[in-house]
Design a protein around this ligand. Structure first.
Ligand code: NAD
Length: 370
């Protein structure tokens, strides 16, 4: 059993709370990492193999993401031990119990994550009056339906393009993971003149060097068919997508999409990540040496949490889109300028920027922070 202070450093975590209620089989952990910038926002993850360490790492990632995005929110995360495939009624009971057990912890706002969804966030809101990522019926902004993260990704690409001598109009794009994030990223990039040449899902990929019809591919995918069966493209093996000739590569599926063992196949000049931790540190160093520009995940994919923050503060869908556009454009520009001036990787520049913002905010805190 690790000591809770194993993770302690100059930023946090401020609290680690374990909740246990044997009568309903509740076992959960909350890590509130840092709340200098405001009450923490972070998802509730449900899986059988979660841990305090995972919860802490995810909470810290949210501290950096929220600070980098300039949101009035700190970073937190909660994990619930259990099989996410359990019957809905049982799952709802556990999530409601978790919410009630943590109801007093005002500096944490629940959001959806792996194994939870917007319906469960509505249950949390009903129990304790505090959650984000809600269904429209209870005042939520459906972020996957409107494509909040994909929209932000397209803006990050637009700002990053001149930093690697690229014109977005006519640039060829490959999207790994044609799901909620990938579909909208492709759509918004195509609106800016980019050409989608390849896309993949868990079952395979499709490729058309002269360009895929994005609207038709979206319709095909939404009808439940795999992208590899799209009549407008040639089928391709799923993992061969990384070697497709293109200027922009957008990982929007799993972690570690670009690794030491496949980074040399990548043809793109620009990587914009929808998925979290999609490039391993070793591959990131190789990309930097080769002059491939990699916009850090927590800068490029912050559209979802920005949308959640606007929802929490009572804003509308159009305000959410305007805020995503403004913040992602501004932050991408700032991070890439810093990286260029310092000759460091964009990730190092982004972490430095986020930590600086958190520390500045910590300087304003009173001692009686609780
Ligand atoms: P999703 O489930 O809607 O879509 C994921 C897509 O990836 C699916 O089409 C799936 O078939 C495909 N896929 C799975 N494994 C694959 C593989 N090995 N190769 C190629 N394709 C594969 O999920 P999503 O909401 O689009 O999220 C995608 C990623 O982005 C996740 O890692 C998520 O954590 C991250 N993310 C999502 C948001 C958001 O707003 N939804 C915000 C930030 C980060």
């Amino acid at each position: 059993m690790e000591d809770a202070f194993t993770f302690a450093d100059e930023l946090g975590p401020a609290r680690i709370i374990h909740v246990h209620e044997p009568s309903v089989g509740l076992r959960g952990t909350l890590v509130v990492d840092n709340v200098a910038t405001g009450p923490s926002i972070g998802g509730l993850r449900m899986a059988p193999d979660v841990s305090t360490e995972e919860c802490f790492r995810l909470a810290r990632a949210m501290t950096l993401k929220n600070a980098a995005a300039g949101l009035p929110h700190g970073g937190g995360k909660s994990v619930l031990y259990g099989d996410p495939g359990m019957p809905r009624e049982e799952k709802e009971r556990l999530v409601r119990a978790m919410a009630c057990a943590l109801g007093d912890c005002q500096d944490y706002i629940f959001g959806p994550d792996m194994g939870t969804d917007e319906g469960l966030m509505a249950c949390v809101k009903a129990e304790i009056g505090r959650s984000v990522g809600l269904p429209r019926e209870v005042g939520g902004i459906p972020l996957d339906e409107i494509g909040a993260t994909g929209f932000g990704l397209a803006h990050a690409a637009e700002i990053a393009a001149p930093f690697c001598d690229l014109e977005l109009a006519g640039a060829r794009v490959a999207v790994q993971g044609f799901g909620a994030v990938g579909i909208h990223a492709a759509r918004f990039l195509a609106e800016r003149g980019a050409v989608l040449v390849a896309a993949s899902d868990s079952r395979g990929a499709t490729h058309a060097p002269k360009g895929l019809d994005v609207a038709a591919l979206v319709e095909h995918k939404r009808s439940g068919k795999p992208v590899s069966e799209f009549p407008g493209g040639a089928p391709l093996e799923r993992d061969a997508l990384i070697g497709v000739e293109c200027e922009i590569f957008a990982p929007a599926a799993r972690p570690d999409a670009i690794r030491e063992d496949n980074v040399d196949q990548l043809q793109a000049k620009l990587v914009v990540s929808g998925a979290n931790i999609s490039v391993t540190p070793g591959a990131e160093a190789t990309l930097h040496e080769r002059g491939v520009l990699n916009v850090p995940d927590f800068i490029a994919n912050a559209g979802g949490v920005i949308c959640a923050s606007v929802e929490y503060h009572g804003g509308s869908e159009s305000q959410a889109m305007a805020t995503i556009e403004e913040k992602i454009r501004h932050n991408t520009e700032e991070v890439l300028q810093r990286a260029r001036q310092r000759g460091c990787t964009p990730r190092d520049a982004a972490v430095e920027l986020a930590v600086q913002r958190v520390k500045r905010a910590m300087g304003y805190r009173r001692w009686s922070i609780f």
